[in-house]
Each structure stands twice: as structure tokens, then as C-alpha cells.
Design a protein around this ligand. Structure first.
Ligand code: ACO
Length: 399
């Protein structure tokens, strides 16, 4: 606790809460999480039902609009998203200007930030029609930018969207299409990608949603606010964790090395990546669904040999007092990297695969922020720990 002044010299009390572990920054009706029970719901619908029975575009509609679409609303939404997948050629030039080995998240971040300059009307954040158009554009263009960032690292020509394909299938085509005119993806892989997109679509006030809201509270355009979310997601403790999980599994090397590795974690040498969560103090419900999706994907691609090490890690950790007492369970990232690798994505692309569907959640959070009359510009307090009222000595007298 730190003392602040409320009125005149009257001291008040401020809460010192680094990382906002116990501070609600907003009221929200988008996503509900009960971390102790392992519950996740979008707009009241359990994640398990959405992953099984819905598709990503319907879930994106639900997050943005607050309710499920009618047939008509869904068809209009699908049509709008499908016909905004192309990006301006100058954005393509921007992407192509990056170094051959640029991290795709850095490219995505710049590409999305750059889009704001192509749509100046995006600054009219209180104009409902204008902002609907930006939301459609952003959800539609993310797979295009993400796929181009992927092709860039491979030195391959960028592939334009095919508006006859569905959302996930179109993304796969822009990633993997070779010279043949028609791309046909395995239906099981398309379904697995849809499920992964649904699981990653929102997660209430996580680091990136908080970044979107914090930057959005200055009333900047949504492209700039979402690029702040992408920047937050770029970090290894947030979206980068699945990339770190794979590096960790590879370093462990084999199942018999797992006990030794776990001892190192308990001694504080490093963290067990893909374990633990700020909110879930139980099994992350998304990890359960992803674990099942692994089977579907591996049936097509063949089993990822690192899976064996992951399963052993989970087994030992779930029985170990260190992890049990701290309520550390596998999170969404523990298994997602294994699937992405089986789908032939390099680790740098994993966070891009997270950012594409999370754009729907970021925009739902942003819309809620813009419409909330009680919201103010984000401006947390600090507890000042530095010096005061020092006398400045000019350089010539100090040196
Ligand atoms: N491995 C080993 N110990 C851990 C781990 C871990 N993965 N996570 C937390 N702990 C320990 C901490 O050392 C601490 O122990 P102590 O009380 O003895 O000091 C205790 O558990 C609490 O940890 P905090 O860091 O206070 O927990 P916090 O809620 O701040 O951190 C976080 C959550 C960042 C996710 C953390 O669990 C972590 O670093 N996990 C690994 C990275 C990861 O998987 N991130 C993905 C998160 S999901 C997502 O972003 C989509």
C-alpha cells in the first residue's frame, strides 16, 4: 500500500498491485472464466460446445455482436469477411521490404499498424458503420497478412486469397499452395485449425487484451489498438509460450530425461513452459480440447515424436508436490505447438496462429471499451521510489 493525497494534504490509500493481479480494469460481458473450476465461456456459451459445434466465423460474430447470428446475419457476415480478404498492394510492398529472416510477428505487427494509414475513416471510432467496416476488414485480412509473413521467411511468392474457400481453408491455401490452380486441404486439418482458432478467440483481460484496451482508451483507431495487442502477444510469457514449449521438449530430448528436467524446474533453474496460468488454478479447459485435437491431426500427419516427452512431463508434474501445491496445470500452449509443428509451421509462426483468431476477441474488447461511457484513459498510479528535490550540477562542474 502506498499513501496518496485525496483532498488537499489528506492522505488516502492506493493499492500497489503490479501485474494487476487483483485489480479489475473494466466491466465486461465478453468472456467468463472461472479459473478454479476450469470454466471458459464466450458470451455465456461453454468453450467445449463452441469448439465441437460451431466454426470460427460464427464464434467471431458471437464475440463481436454479443449473440449468435440468425441465418441471414451469418451469411452477410461470412460474405463481408470473405470479400475483404485482399490487402492493398502497398501493404504487400511493405511486407516484402522486411529482411528475409524477419520474425513473422514483427511483420504482422507492422502490417496491421500500417493498415490504419490506408483507412483514415478508422479514426471515427464512434461512427458505428465505420467501425463495423474496420472490424470486418481486420478479421478478413489477418490470415492474408499472417500467410504472407510465413511465405516471406521461405522466400516464396505471396499467394492471394481465394474467396471461394472458407476462412481456415483459405488461410491454409495462402500458406501452402504450390503451383497447382486449386488447393484442397484435408478436411480434418481444416476442422482442427477451426477448433484451434475458436479456442484462441478470446480470454478476457489477459496481457494483450489489456494492451488493446489501454491503448484503445486513448481513442486511437482500432488498427493501432490491435497492433498493441499483437506486440503484447509477441512476448514469451504470453503468446510465445508454445514456441518455448517446443524448444524445451527438444532440449529434454527423450522421455527418460524428464525426471532430471523436472528437478531443475523445482530448484528454480527454469520454468516448465506451457504450465501454470495467472487465472487457471485447474486444468485449462482449452488444453483438454487441444489434447483431443492432437489425435485428429496426428492421424493425418503422423505422430510428433515430442508428444511422448510432453505426455511424460504432464504425468510427472501432475503428481509432483511442487506443481500440485502451486496449482500448476498444463495451459493452452502445452500441446498447441505440437499440433502446429505437425502442420509444418515453424515455431516463429505459432504466435501468428494465435493472433489471427484473437483479433476477434481484441475487437470485441475494443468495441466494449469504446461504448462504455464510464471508461477513462488508462492511467495507473505508481509508487514513486526515486530521489526528490536534488540540485542539478551542470556537466562542466560534474566531470
Ligand atoms: N514452472 C515452474 N514454476 C512455476 C511455473 C512454471 N511454468 N509457473 C509458475 N511457477 C511457480 C513460480 O515460480 C511461483 O513459485 P513460488 O511461489 O515458489 O515463487 C509460483 O508458481 C507462482 O508463480 P507466478 O509467477 O507468481 O504466477 P503468475 O500467475 O504470475 O504467472 C505464468 C503465470 C506467467 C503463466 C507462469 O505460470 C509461467 O511463467 N508459465 C510458463 C509460461 C507459459 O506457459 N505461459 C503461457 C501462459 S498461457 C497464455 O499466455 C496463452
Amino acid at each position: 500500500l502506498g499513501k496518496i493525497k485525496t483532498e488537499g494534504d489528506e492522505p488516502g490509500v492506493a493499492v500497489y498491485d503490479p501485474g494487476f493481479t487483483n485489480t479489475a480494469s473494466c466491466r465486461s460481458a465478453v468472456t467468463y472464466i472461472d479459473g478454479d473450476k476450469g470454466i471458459l465461456e464466450y458470451r455465456g456459451y461453454p468453450i467445449e460446445q463452441l469448439a465441437e459445434k460451431s466454426n470460427f466465423l460464427e464464434v467471431a460474430y458471437l464475440l463481436i455482436h454479443g449473440e449468435l447470428p440468425t441465418k441471414n446475419e451469418y451469411e452477410t457476415w461470412q460474405h463481408e469477411i470473405t470479400f475483404h480478404t485482399f490487402v492493398h498492394e502497398n501493404v504487400k510492398d511493405l511486407m516484402q521490404a522486411f529482411r528475409y529472416d524477419a520474425h513473422p510477428m514483427g511483420m504482422l505487427l507492422s502490417g496491421v499498424g500500417g493498415l490504419s494509414t490506408f483507412y483514415p475513416e478508422a479514426r471515427n471510432i464512434f461512427d458505428t458503420e465505420a467501425r463495423h467496416l474496420q472490424i470486418v476488414r481486420m478479421i478478413a485480412k489477418m490470415p492474408t497478412l499472417g500467410a504472407w509473413a510465413f511465405r516471406h521467411a521461405q522466400g516464396k511468392p505471396y499467394i492471394y486469397p481465394d474467396n471461394e474457400l472458407g476462412y481456415a481453408e483459405n488461410f491454409l491455401a495462402m500458406l501452402f499452395k504450390m503451383s497447382e490452380p486449386k488447393f484442397v486441404a484435408d478436411e480434418r486439418l481444416v476442422k482442427a485449425l477451426e477448433v484451434l482458432f475458436i479456442l484462441h478467440a478470446d480470454h478476457e483481460q489477459n496481457c494483450s487484451a489489456n494492451a488493446v484496451r489501454s491503448v484503445g482508451s486513448s481513442q486511437v483507431d482500432p488498427y493501432s489498438a490491435v497492433s498493441a495487442g499483437i506486440a503484447a502477444l509477441y512476448g514469451p510469457l504470453h503468446g510465445g509460450a508454445n514456441e518455448a514449449v517446443l524448444r524445451m521438449l527438444r532440449r529434454i530430448g527423450s522421455k527418460d530425461k524428464v525426471p532430471e528436467f523436472i528437478e531443475g524446474v523445482k530448484e528454480g533453474k527454469e520454468r516448465l513452459m506451457g504450465f501454470g496460468h495467472r487465472v487457471y488454478k485447474n486444468y485449462d479447459p482449452r488444453a483438454t480440447i487441444i489434447k483431443k485435437a492432437c489425435d485428429d491431426v496426428f492421424a493425418v500427419t503422423g505422430v510428433n515424436p515430442l508428444l511422448e516427452i510432453a505426455v511424460e512431463l504432464e504425468k510427472i508434474a501432475l503428481e509432483d508436490e511442487y506443481f500440485v501445491s502451486r496449482k500448476l496445470y498444463p495451459n493452452v500452449d502445452f500441446y498447441s505447438g505440437l499440433i502446429y509443428e505437425a502442420l509444418q509451421f515453424p515455431p516463429e509462426m505459432f504466435t501468428v496462429l494465435f493472433a489471427i483468431p484473437r483479433t476477434a476477441g481484441w475487437l470485441a474488447q475494443w468495441l466494449e471499451l469504446v461504448d462504455d461511457k464510464d471508461q477513462k484513459i488508462a492511467r495507473p498510479k505508481q509508487i514513486y521510489t526515486g530521489d526528490r528535490t536534488l540540485d542539478f550540477t551542470p556537466r562542466e562542474q560534474r566531470w
